[in-house]
Design a protein around this ligand. Structure first.
Ligand code: SAH
Ligand code: SF4
Length: 348
C-alpha cells in the first residue's frame, strides 16, 4: 500500500497494522500529510478547544534510577526539594485563581509522601472543585485505590517503551510487566488513564515505536503524552544522541489518527527542541497543554532533562503566554474539566 493510502486508512478507520505504522515512521516523504490528517481528526473528534492542566512539580526526590532521567536517585548533582502540604495547597489555590480546571500533581517516587499525607492533600484540593491528575509513579493497588477514593480523577504513567529488553536496560530494578500491571489496575479502579513513550531512546527501533502505538490503542488510554528523549548530562545516557522533534511529532500525529477521541498534550519537551514546538504539536493532533504552576527555584530543580523551557517565568506569565499562543492559531481555551468524551468504541 502506498504511504498516502495508509494515511487515508488511518484517518478513516483509525486502525493500522504494525508494518503500516513502521512504513510511516521510516519514510519522511509524507510527514506533512500525516500531521495534516491528524489535525483534521483532532478537529473532528475533540474540536478546537484546548484543555489547560496546571502542573505542580511537588518533589524532585526519587527512589528510582531510570537511566534517562535527571531526577534519578543516583544523580548526586541535583539539589533536592519537596514541598510542604501547605505550599502545595497554596499553589493549587493560585492555579484555581488562574482559571485552571485541572491540576496535575507530579513528582519523583518520593516515599515520604505517605498514603495519609497524599490523601489529605488530594481531598483538600478537591474542595477547590478541580479535577486532579496524579503522576507519581508506580504504587500498590491499595495506594492507587486510596488516592481514587480521596478524589483523584486521572493518572499519568508512561510505559516509556514496550520493548522489554530496552525497558530492562533502562530501568534497573523495575519491570515492564509491573508497569503494565499498574496501568491495568488504574483503569480497573476507574481512573482516566494516560500513558506514553519516549521517542529516540538509544537502541529503540521503529518496530518498537510501532508496538508502543499499538499498545496505547490496545489499552485504549484516555490520554497519551509523548516527547523526545533529551539526554541529561548527569545520567548514564549523557553521550547519546536523543530523539528528534520531527519524529516525536510524527509519532504523536499517528497516535491521534489511531485514538481519535483521546486527550493528547503538546509536551514541554517538544518545545525544548523547537521554540514553536507546542504550537506545532497543537496543529499536528494535540489538544492539551500543561502549563507549569510551580514557583521560583523549584522549576529549575525539577530537571528531568536539560533545557526545560520557562524556568524563570512565573505561573501568571505562563497562563497568559499560553492563552495568547492558543488564540494566535485560532483555537480557544476550554472552560470545562476536560475529561475524555468518548466518540468511538474500542478499535481492536
Ligand atoms: N516519576 C514519575 C513522574 C515524573 S517523570 C514517573 O516516572 O512516572 C515524568 C516523565 O518525564 C517520565 O515519564 C519520562 O517519560 C519523562 N522524562 C524523564 N527523563 C526524560 C528525558 N531525559 N527526556 C525526556 N523526557 C524525560
Ligand atoms: Fe524517578 Fe520518574 Fe525520573 Fe524514573 S522518570 S527516575 S521514576 S522521576
Amino acid at each position: 500500500m502506498s504511504l498516502m493510502k495508509i494515511i487515508e486508512t488511518a484517518e478513516k478507520q483509525h486502525k493500522l497494522e504494525k508494518d503500516e505504522i513502521v512504513a510511516l515512521l521510516e519514510n519522511s516523504d509524507c510527514d506533512q500529510a500525516i500531521t495534516i490528517a491528524a489535525d483534521r481528526v483532532r478537529k473532528q473528534y475533540v474540536g478546537d478547544e484546548v484543555h489547560l492542566r496546571g502542573l505542580i512539580e511537588f518533589s524532585n526526590i526519587c527512589r528510582q534510577n531510570c537511566f534517562y532521567c535527571g531526577l534519578r536517585a543516583e544523580n548526586g548533582a541535583v539539589k533536592r526539594y519537596r514541598l510542604e502540604t501547605d505550599e502545595i495547597l497554596e499553589l493549587a489555590r493560585k492555579a484555581k485563581g488562574y482559571g485552571y480546571k485541572t491540576l496535575v500533581l507530579q513528582s519523583g517516587e518520593d516515599t515520604s509522601f505517605t498514603v495519609q499525607k497524599l490523601t489529605d492533600i488530594i481531598s483538600r484540593i478537591k474542595k477547590l472543585d478541580m479535577a486532579i491528575t496524579l503522576s507519581i509513579g508506580e504504587k500498590s493497588r491499595e495506594e492507587y485505590c486510596a488516592y481514587k477514593e480521596a478524589g483523584a480523577d486521572r493518572y499519568l504513567l508512561r510505559i516509556e517503551t514496550t520493548d522489554s529488553q530496552l525497558y530492562q536496560k533502562l530501568h534497573p530494578h523495575m519491570s515492564l510487566e509491573n508497569r503494565k500491571q499498574c496501568l491495568y489496575t488504574l483503569k480497573e479502579l476507574g481512573y482516566e488513564v494516560g500513558t506514553g513513550c519516549l521517542v529516540g531512546l538509544p537502541g529503540q527501533t521503529l518496530e518498537s515505536l510501532a508496538d508502543d502505538i499499538l499498545f496505547f490503542q490496545e489499552l485504549d488510554t484516555d490520554m497519551i503524552g509523548l516527547g523526545p528523549f533529551i539526554p541529561h548530562q548527569s545520567t548514564p545516557l549523557k553521550n547519546e544522541v536523543g530523539g528528534t522533534f520531527a519524529m516525536a511529532i510524527k509519532v504523536m500525529a499517528i497516535v491521534r489518527l489511531l485514538l481519535p477521541d483521546s486527550n493528547i498534550p503538546a509536551t514541554t519537551a517538544m518545545e525544548t527542541l523547537n521554540s514553536k514546538g507546542r504550537l506545532i504539536a497543537l496543529q499536528s493532533g494535540a489538544n492539551v497543554v500543561m502549563p507549569n504552576v510551580t514557583e521560583g527555584d523549584y522549576r529549575k530543580m525539577y530537571e528531568l532533562y536539560p533545557g526545560k523551557i520557562c524556568v524563570n517565568d512565573t505561573p501568571a506569565h505562563c497562563r497568559s503566554c499560553i492563552t495568547g499562543k492558543i488564540s494566535s492559531i485560532g483555537r480557544t481555551v476550554s472552560q470545562e474539566y476536560g475529561f475524555r468524551k468518548r466518540k468511538v468504541t474500542t478499535n481492536n
